[in-house]
Write a protein of this length. Structure first.
Length: 91
């Protein structure tokens, strides 16, 4: 994954943590056969995991490697320089 995917996951984690915290601590409504507080705990937990994973992806996935190859060839018209540049994302 790259840095932008990590940022998206980080943002999703923050949103899930906020929604989960609201459902866990601020909502006092009850529903028959459905626990709002359990959903809040689940969203809070998933949000924390998504936040940590997004942080890890942003730290590790943001480095770039650039490979530059210079090749000088002798041609009948003189020297010819060929430059090949590649940007690879580090694993």
């Amino acid at each position: 994954m790259n840095r932008s995917s990590g940022a998206s996951l980080l943002g999703l984690g923050i949103v899930l943590v906020i929604v989960g915290a609201i459902l866990e601590f601020a909502v006092t409504a009850t529903a028959k056969g459905f626990s709002v507080h359990t959903v809040g705990i689940i969203l809070l937990s998933v949000g924390i995991v998504a936040f940590v994973l997004g942080l890890v992806f942003m730290i590790t996935g943001g480095s770039r490697r650039t490979t530059i190859t210079n090749d000088v060839r002798n041609t009948p018209d003189g020297q010819q320089r060929v430059v090949d540049q590649r940007d690879n994302m580090a694993p």
